[in-house]
Design a protein around this ligand. Sequence first.
Ligand SMILES: [Zn+2]
Length: 385
Amino acid sequence: MSKNISIIILVDALGWELLRLMQPSTYVHFKFKTRTILGFSSSAIPTILTGKLPIEHGRWNLLYRSPQDSPFYWTKPLNILPDFLLEHGITRKLINEISKRLCGAEGYFSSYGVPARHLHLYDVCEKKNIYKPGGIPGSTTIIDYLDESDVPHQVFSYHDASDQVILDTIASNRVADGPAVYFAYLAELDAFLHKHVGEDCLVRQKVDWYLQKIDDIVEKAAGTGKDVRVFVFSDHGMTPVTKHYDLIADLHKAGIDLEKDCMAAFDSTMARFWIEPGAVRDRILTVLDHCSAGRILHDDELQRLGVYFPDHRYGDIIFLMNPGTLIFPNWFGTYAPKGMHGFHPDDPHSYGVYMSNVDDYHPDSILDLYDIMKKEIDLQREKRF
Ligand SMILES: [Zn+2]
């Protein structure tokens, strides 16, 4: 009989800075600011699910150099096509879909950020659904731990349903022997904040909607005699975009051909280059050294941030933009969002949140969340026997 339940809700991009806009929750009132890690959700969520740094679980940016395992290997003959055809939105979409099917990927699979001509040199780090057991090969995730426990549980993500359906499903659990642990990953706030961060009224409404739903879950469960332990946390925050900077134009002006001279990836907050030492590398470094819109992250800093990969699979040179400044245009898409994440973890807007209705844990980093979830699963297991 599961009279006590633990509900774990990961809300993508619910930043600490958003809390100042929110109505206080009736139940979830213990709040802590959590430091994220450098990168995007492709590294922050694996860090939450494993309690490990990117260098340990291997996930950082979505694309990394790996010609031998590329799911895009079949695209090399397409390189005879002219640029306008190869880089056309429909072609890129088809390449993405076909490659995803060919390798049987069921996770977040995207080929954007690098030129189509180079795709056969890259692999995607998230080919499996990370919310299923075995989702991060080589690491034990909290989903694996839950799967191996004898605790009745249910896991939800955007692969299964919308945020509303997920929250309503949890709230409607009234059976005494229903799940004792819920894990839900809610993805929709992230997309909303990319579009609307800075529009405080709209953002407040949206965040309040999530908190109201969570309060409903606690109330409904309490109404059926259950004691609910709720944990709401995020992977990172959302930084308002204040400036655009055309880094690609700077490199072109310096005579660098980003397809012939090197391999390069341009996301909105980070540029990465793969290039052997030599004259072109020196020219790229000169352009980056003179660019005040961002800075090169050197090996010692990458090591401190837990993202230094000795084989440089994620890039020989990593250039990170200043908080709020977007590389735009970039190779990720034509849409310029109002908010972005993936800046330095020290940026106040990068911090995530942890909230709970119990005062048992005091995390200060997303690295601490795995242990909290593990303790909750252990607690529910102990209650059953
Ligand atoms: Zn996002």
